[in-house]
Design a protein. Structure first.
Length: 166
């Protein structure tokens, strides 16, 4: 499969996973996210990429779990977890984009940070509207800072791996 097709498939799979999680909640989103990650690891992943996806799962638990414990999300679903599992599943799904559909972004650190600062909160805002999740007033600025930092870190890592493209 050529690089362009892989990137398009990767982006479409992420979008399908995002919509499944946001619209379907845990019952629909979690199994679909798991299948999409498994398919990604089987057909598209680079050597060792599973570690990045596991890292994003942990990072999501820390970032969004912290925001949830601070009262950033209010859902109607009863759960013993601090945040809905479908929301947590979006983090490894995002991780599938890093070396594929978003690979070119990391060469431009400030653009990556700007995209994170804008795109991250927009994703949370849209998802909250569709999933009927209440967001605290401070959450979107907090997510903007978190996603700018994550994207800046990804750009930094990319420049360390390939210094001629930084």
């Amino acid at each position: 499969m050529n690089l362009h097709r892989r990137s398009v498939y990767n982006a479409l799979a992420f979008k399908m996973g995002w919509l499944s999680c946001v619209l379907g909640g845990n019952a629909v989103g979690l199994p679909i996210a798991a299948v999409l990650v498994a398919i990604h690891l089987h057909w598209l992943a680079l050597a060792g990429e599973w570690r990045r996806l596991a890292g994003f799962a942990l990072l999501g638990l820390i970032v969004d779990g912290g925001f949830a414990l601070a009262g950033g999300f209010a859902t109607t679903a009863a759960s013993s977890w601090p945040l809905p599992l479908w929301l947590w599943a979006l983090w490894p799904l995002f991780g599938t984009l890093v070396d594929h559909s978003l690979a070119g972004l990391w060469r431009h650190r400030w653009l990556a940070m700007l995209c994170g600062a804008i795109g991250g909160p927009l994703s949370y805002y849209g998802g909250a509207r569709l999933a009927q999740v209440e967001l605290a007033a401070w959450l979107l600025p907090g997510e903007a800072l978190a996603w700018a930092a994550v994207c800046g870190w990804l750009a930094r890592r990319h420049s360390l791996r390939s210094p001629t493209t930084a």
